[in-house]
Structure formats: C-alpha cells, structure tokens
Design a protein around this ligand. Structure first.
Ligand code: FAD
Length: 531
C-alpha cells in the first residue's frame, strides 16, 4: 500500500508554494504577517495566525522535501536536510552541531522526544532573567494544546535495546528514569527519524502545522534565504531574501517581502545572524551572545548481545538523576542522560581513533550501546554559553569550554560508565581521545579522575541550539519581551529557541511549540484588533 504523502497531495490540491530556485525574475510579495523559518517556532506561528484569518507568508531557506523524496541513506539525508550537511562545527571545531535545513526545520529530522519545560528552569528565568508570565501554571494549558495537536503521548512500546540499557542501568542503581513522550501517530518504530520520517508518522511541522496553514491559504516560499530586514525608525519595512538554486547556491534573483508584522523563527543560530546582519538596535550588545547548546558527551559500551541501536524509536527513556542534583545556578553543571540513534555515519563521525582501532570499534557496531550526557548550560556564572558572530563569509559560533564544563564532563563520563556496567556492558569506552576500553566499573571509576579531557580530544556534540536573542522584561538582559515581541521595533517578534535566556535542561521542541502557541495567539488577537 502506498504511503500517503501530505505534501504531494497538498501541492496537487493547489497550495501556494514558490520554489525560489525556479524563479526567472525578482519577486515582491505582501501579506499581513511574514514568518522567516518553518521549524518548531515558524510552523506553529503559521498555523495559528492563518487560523485567525490573517494572510501569512512562510519564507524558508531550505527545500520542500517530503516522504516521497526522503532518502534513508545517511550520505544523502544529511546534505539534503541539514545545515552544512550535518557537519557544522563551532569556530575551534570542538563541538559538532546538528541543525535541520528544510521545510519543517529541525522538526523534520529530530528524534521526537517531547518534554515540558522543567519547573526549575522557568523559576530561574522568572527570578534571574526578568521573564514574566511563564510559570508552569501559565504554560500548562499551552502544553496541553500542543500535545493534543501533535499527538504527543508516552511511548507505549518496548524501548529498543539501546534505550533498554539506560532503563536497566537506572533500575539496578536506583536512579530516576522516565518513559519519553513522542510526537508520533502510527509510528512503525523504524528508527530512521533523523533522515526524515519515511512514513509521515512523526508529527513534525512538515506534516502538521505547515500543511494546515497552506490548506487555509498561506504561501510557502522555499529555497529563499533571508539576508536582512529593512528598518526605519522603530518599524521593520521589508525583508530581503536571496533565491537559492537546487544546489543551495545563490542565484541572481532577489525576493522582497512586505507585511504589517514580521516574525523571525530561523532558529537560535540564524535568528541572531539575520538580526545582526540587519544592524538592528541592540544597545546592550546582547544579540548572538549567550548561545546555549546542551553540550553533549558520548559513552560507548560493548554488550555481548545485539543492541542494534539503529532500529526502533531512537529515544524512549531518559534519566534526570543528575540534572538538578546541585540546585539550579550553583554547584556543578547538571546533565541529562539519554541515548542517540546509532547509525553508521553518525557514529563513525562522532567516535574517536582511526585506522585499525576505529575499524575494530565499527566491527562491533551491532553490539554498541551509546549513552549521552547533555550538559545544562547557562545557569551557573561560569556557564555563559557561546557567541554567534558575523564573519566575511557568513557566521561563526564561538563556544569556549572552561573548567566548570570539564568538571561536569568528567562526572558525566563516570555516571555513564557506572550506568552502562550496571546494565551489563562488557566494556565501556568514554568517547575521548586516548581513553582505553574499561572492563569493569571499578577499573573505570579509578581512572576517571585522570582521564585526559579537552577540546578536540573529547567528542562534544549538540542537536539543541538555544539563546542568542533572549526574552525578558529588563532590556539590559533581553532583546524581546516575555511574549517574544521586540523591545525596539513595534512590528517585529521572535518565535523560536533563540528567545531562551538559558538552556532548558530538557529537549527543546515542546517548549518552543507551547511558547510560540501562546505568543502567536496573543499576537493574532493584537493584529486583528488593530486592523
Ligand atoms: C538531529 C536532531 C535531533 C533532535 N531531536 C530532538 C528531540 O528528540 N526532541 C526535542 O525536543 N528536540 C530535538 N531536536 C531539537 C529541536 O528539533 C529544535 O530545538 C527545534 O526544532 C528548534 O526550533 P526552531 O524553530 O528554533 O528552529 P528550527 O526548527 O531549526 O527551524 C529554523 C528554520 O529556519 C530556517 N532558516 C535559517 N536561516 C534562514 C534564513 N536566513 N532564511 C530562511 N530560513 C532560514 C532553517 O532552514 C530552519 O528550517 C533535535 C534536533 C536535531 C537537529
């Protein structure tokens, strides 16, 4: 039976879609609202504003792909669906960063873990970051709404062996663990979420909010890279974009978008980049600073039986045992324990060694379990995150890794090794250059203190970018207010992960969905009452 493809069906039904690679002249388009980016923030905003009867244009730099064109081979999926073919790195190359670049943004390729914003994070934002009206009580109705809209519910099947090891280790050690809620409907448990869901079960923006907005008359412009915002006094007057060809290179054609209101939702790296390039008012020099990544460490473990971590829902169990143990701002930086999907290119490029040592690790690919520790950054005074800056050729992300960070890395490698041995691992390998395979927790424990850690030695990755355009009421701390509206431009809002004042200590998509749902609903009311 053929798998229904909502994109193919929608296009056939007459959706307004402009693929900018096909343009043969410059274009000017107008609407009530123009939204830049079609990911977690852009998608939700598009549906809500269109539903409210406003005309909407969604401008996306990436291509419009769908299950018909997804390719489950990593060598094709990453260049097609990720920024920099999934090989983006910080300036010193010490952290690898995954970001989606296609209609649906990172939600098209993400791993479906859906977690409400932790209370300690919201409390910290209220107390230290001047954020108003965003307690869990305020947000819970929006979580309820978005969980219903995106079919988010607890994964009711057996975790795959990769996740089972996390669960078993926690059970043996008496550590906290939780069964993950996922945004899926009719999931086949294939494990290929990162290559674009081949059966449209993942309730990404590509198959939910964007089609709903297009059904109601919104316009989607894909392969159009927004360059800058034109502004005059305290108003944005237009957005300028560059058409890209099928190879994602600029063509000679430009697009100009005009609207009553502009929403930037290009994600936590590109929203600050666009705003910096536009020379917007930023009296306290906040734009692009305090970029957070949940810098993530990997620990490999070899089991006697097959793990097959490429197969089955990638994430279905997490442990918060160590996230808040030392409080919010003081003490060592906490970390969340999860597992990633284990596909050959992903893992081969994120492990260490070369030649025979790497080949022997990859030989045991099917017995390899991987646990990850996501470090909660941005709360402690020695955790200021990174900085997105403009360069002659585009942008760079500087993210210094300091002593406070490495202390947490060392502790997290210890926790992961203890967990993996408790789950029955034969051997554990912290993914840091020069670390040996450990044969027991006792052996690993005594070696942890002297493990040689450092940038470019220790593998650090991130699929969560946050911050760079923070929200709050105090203009010394924030660029937008607690509802995402610019402090300086009356017709500009930001609705994506860039508004977080710190990282979350939890996977970000559901927080972005809920906050955007609230902010877009308030904006729609405001725009309608003023028209
Ligand atoms: C591999 C992977 C796995 C993940 N797994 C999970 C998970 O399991 N659970 C979870 O909660 N989170 C997960 N995340 C993170 C989550 O998907 C993101 O936090 C979320 O999608 C961010 O939403 P956003 O709106 O800020 O940005 P995005 O969803 O990234 O959307 C931004 C969009 O803007 C576009 N854009 C950027 N610059 C421009 C420009 N100049 N012009 C036009 N368009 C532009 C981009 O191409 C992109 O489509 C994962 C991310 C990745 C990459």
């Amino acid at each position: 039976m053929a798998i229904p493809d909502p994109i193919v069906e929608g296009l056939a039904s007459g959706w307004k879609h402009i693929d900018a690679s096909q343009l043969s002249q410059d274009q000017t388009l107008e609407a009530d609202v123009v939204i830049v980016g079609s990911g977690a923030g852009g998608g939700v905003a598009a549906e809500i504003l269109t539903d409210a009867g406003l005309t909407v244009i969604i401008v996306e730099g990436g291509p419009l792909k769908s299950s018909e064109s997804f390719n489950m081979e990593e060598r094709r999926a990453y260049p097609n669906l990720y920024h920099q073919a999934a090989a983006m790195k910080t300036q010193d190359k010490a952290i690898g960063i995954f970001q989606g670049r296609a209609v649906g943004g990172s939600t098209t390729v993400n791993w479906t873990t859906s977690i409400r914003t932790p209370r300690p994070t919201l409390d910290f934002w209220a107390k230290d970051k001047s954020v108003k009206g965003l307690s869990r009580q305020d947000l819970d109705p929006w979580f309820d709404k978005m969980e219903k809209r995106l079919n988010i519910s607890k994964w009711e099947y057996e975790p795959n062996r990769n996740n089972q090891a996390l669960k078993l280790g926690c059970e043996k050690l008496g550590w906290d663990y939780t069964v993950i809620k996922r945004n899926v409907k009719g999931c086949w448990n294939t494990g290929y979420c990162g290559m674009g869901c081949p059966i449209n079960a993942k309730q990404s923006m590509l198959v939910t909010t964007i089609p709903a907005a297009l059904d109601k008359g919104a316009t989607l412009v894909s392969r159009a890279k927004v360059i800058k915002l034109e502004h005059h006094n305290d108003k944005i007057s237009a957005i300028e974009a560059q058409a890209l060809n099928e190879q994602m290179q600029p063509t000679e054609f430009k697009l100009i978008f005009k609207a009553k209101h502009y929403i930037i939702a290009a994600g936590a790296i590109h929203t600050p980049t666009i705003l910096l390039r536009s020379n917007l008012a930023d009296p306290h020099q906040l734009l692009g600073k305090r970029t957070f990544l949940h810098p993530t460490l990997l620990s490999g473990a070899i089991f006697s039986d097959s793990i097959n971590g490429h197969s089955g829902a990638p994430q279905s169990i997490y442990s918060d045992e160590f996230v808040w143990k030392h409080g919010t701002a003081s003490g060592d930086l906490g970390y969340k324990l999860e597992v990633p999907p284990i596909h050959p290119v992903l893992i081969a490029s994120k492990t260490i060694g070369y030649g025979k040592t790497h080949a022997s690790l990859m030989d045991q690919f099917n017995q390899l379990q991987v646990t990850i520790a996501l470090i909660r950054d941005g709360f402690h005074e020695q955790s200021q995150g990174g900085q997105v800056q403009l360069t002659d050729t585009g942008f760079a992300i500087d993210y210094p890794l300091n002593e406070a960070f490495w202390r947490s890395v060392r502790r997290s490698f210890g926790s992961m090794a203890e967990l993996q041995f408790a789950a029955g691992a034969k051997q554990v390998l912290p993914i840091t250059e020069g670390a040996p395979y450990f044969n027991s927790w006792k052996e690993a424990k005594s070696a942890m203190e002297t493990l040689d850690l450092g940038p470019l030695k220790t593998v650090v990755v991130s699929a969560h970018v946050m911050g760079g355009c923070p929200m709050g009421e105090n203009t010394k701390l924030s660029m937008v207010d607690s509802q995402g509206n610019s402090h300086y431009y009356e017709n500009l809002s930001v609705m994506d992960g860039s508004v977080f004042p710190t990282s979350l200590g939890a996977n970000p998509q559901l927080t972005i969905y809920a906050m955007t749902a609230r902010n877009a609903t308030l904006l729609a009311e405001r725009l309608k009452s003023s028209s």
